[in-house]
Design a protein. Structure first.
Length: 134
């Protein structure tokens, strides 16, 4: 079973700034079919609060900082993406919450599927039911 994993992203820094690279099967464990990004999140706002049935994602915050909490119905884990060198692989079946956004944070998400609202479980009670009975 795949579990959430922090991936170390090589970052090349020089006087011109930084350049991070996601490549290969570890950083990109699926064919990327969609990229979206989240920015300009106001202070004290949470995002997420849903799970995906099939979608797999790799999340990075190349600028700023965000906390991502993951729950599979039994186990809970929290990750802080606060560096371009950190990426988080989120397998299907995890309830996720994004909060504690630092001002100016940009979150970039690589996704295994095109957008499909039918893949979301946005009700937590339904999610718990799904984890036990599908
Ligand atoms: C996730 C977290 C990390 C689209 O039309 N296309 C898209 O590709 C996406 C991702 C969203 N949308 C629409 C659906 C909503 O009307 O954009 C609106 C905001 O989406 P949502 O409320 O789902 O945004 P977040 O930040 O709560 O969640 C997003 C992703 O939806 C989700 O898959 O894991 O970021």
């Amino acid at each position: 079973m795949t579990v959430p994993t922090l991936i170390t992203v090589p970052v090349i820094s020089d006087e011109r700034g930084t350049l991070g690279v996601l490549e290969g099967d570890l950083a990109l464990p699926f064919t990327v079919r969609r990229v979206y990004f989240i920015s300009e999140v106001p202070e004290s706002i949470d995002r997420g609060a849903h799970a995906h049935r099939r979608l797999e994602q790799v999340v990075i915050a190349p600028t700023g900082s965000v906390r991502i909490s993951l729950d599979d119905g039994d186990n809970h884990a929290t990750f802080v993406l606060d560096s371009p060198s950190k990426a988080l692989r989120i397998p299907p079946g995890y309830w996720r919450t994004l909060d504690d956004f630092a001002p100016g944070t940009v979150v970039v998400v690589l996704a295994s599927e095109e957008y499909d609202e039918g893949d979301y479980i946005r009700d937590h009670a339904r999610f718990i039911e799904w984890t036990h009975h599908g």
